[in-house]
Design a protein around this ligand. Structure first.
Ligand SMILES: [Zn+2]
Length: 78
């Protein structure tokens, strides 16, 4: 018998665990499949809910050239 130990979610997983308020994509599904990514709106929603830190959001926003709630955050960029 194997035992599964629950691992804490990474910040990116915490954002993806929420329904996207922009496109309505279900939790744990990327907003965009290829390349995999999520709308910034999802991160803002997770931040507002207290799931992401201010420092993490600053890092995510620092990667963007254009800041818009529809900006796509690539899965490998975090
Ligand atoms: Zn979305």
């Amino acid at each position: 018998m194997t035992t599964t130990i629950a691992q804490p979610l990474t910040a990116a997983q915490s954002a993806r665990a929420r329904r996207c308020p922009l496109c309505g994509k279900r939790p744990n599904r990327p907003c965009q499949r290829k390349p995999s990514g999520d709308h910034l709106a999802r991160y803002l929603d997770a931040y507002t809910a207290g799931k992401l830190t201010r420092a993490y959001m600053a890092m995510v926003l620092g990667e963007l050239v254009v800041i818009h709630h529809g900006a796509m955050i690539p899965a490998g960029a975090r």
